[in-house]
Write a protein that binds this ligand. Structure first.
Ligand code: URA
Length: 252
């Protein structure tokens, strides 16, 4: 059972994520807003699911991306014209943070702020992601943050399958170079791309997935979704606690 000081510490972390008195709040039946596909609430009927082993699709070796070092990889991304997004981007958004990090956070794609500044998660969703990271007792600079796509889709539309496939070798190489102890997939697009599945996000949460190389992946809600549905921050915090146990090598 958690001690009262442990509970106090938990409440401080939640406050950092902007979760007010989270333990006492419960969704009110009939008041829930409809959630976008893939961001639905947890499937309460589902029995606990054993840890899954999910394979990242084989790396596209074209162009030797799978062998590039950090600088060459960043240069390759900066000049990439593999899909139509290069025509509308201001600049590519490579990734940021500690390249030897234990933690890696993977989002969907740059938005307008990121496209302008060249860094992932710098807008409102990014501020919440930073708060989530700090709630874990980490600083943003201590983790590595990247995206499924390195270029902004026009009007922030969902990435097209072809864009995801063409961009995938870059993320795979970033993961291989960082070798994180845990990856947190932020939202449906990142989870589906990393795990090679199309399972609703609600059913991917709450368990440890593994890439082909063995890297653990925890799935949680995208910060932009949490801004629209702050009630779900409580579940996101549970996901982060699971990821922390994985990162520390503790039983899950
Ligand atoms: N949303 C994302 O998925 N990535 C970003 O970099 C910013 C917003």
């Amino acid at each position: 059972m958690a001690s009262s000081s442990g509970q106090d510490a938990g409440l401080r972390h939640l406050a950092l994520m902007g979760i007010p008195v989270w333990a006492r709040r419960r969704p009110t039946a009939g008041r829930g807003t409809a959630l976008p596909p893939g961001e639905e609430g947890p499937d309460r009927a589902a029995a606990p699911v054993p840890a899954a082993t999910a394979a990242v699709p084989a790396a596209h070796r074209d162009g030797g991306v799978a062998t590039l070092g950090w600088e060459a990889l960043a240069e390759r991304v900066a000049v990439c014209t593999a899909c139509e997004l290069h025509r509308t981007r201001t600049q590519t958004v490579f990734g940021t943070g500690d390249r030897d990090a234990d933690w890696m956070f993977v989002g969907e794609a740059p938005g307008a702020d990121e496209d302008r500044q060249g860094e992932p998660f710098v807008g409102r969703a990014g501020q919440l992601l930073t708060a989530m990271i700090e709630a874990l007792g980490l600083r943003r600079e201590q983790v590595y943050i990247g995206n499924t796509l390195k270029c902004r889709p026009p009007r922030n539309r969902d990435p097209l399958p072809e864009e995801v496939v063409r961009c995938r070798p870059f993320l795979e190489r970033q993961i291989a170079l960082v070798q994180p102890r845990v990856i947190v997939a932020l939202g449906r697009i990142a989870a589906h791309n990393l795990l090679g599945v199309e399972t609703p996000l609600a059913r991917l949460r709450g368990r440890v997935h593994r890439l082909a190389a063995g890297t653990p992946v925890i799935v949680t809600y995208h910060p932009a979704f949490l801004l629209r549905s702050p009630r779900e921050k409580r579940r996101a915090w549970e996901d982060l606690c699971l990821a922390r146990r994985v990162a520390r090598g503790e039983p899950t």
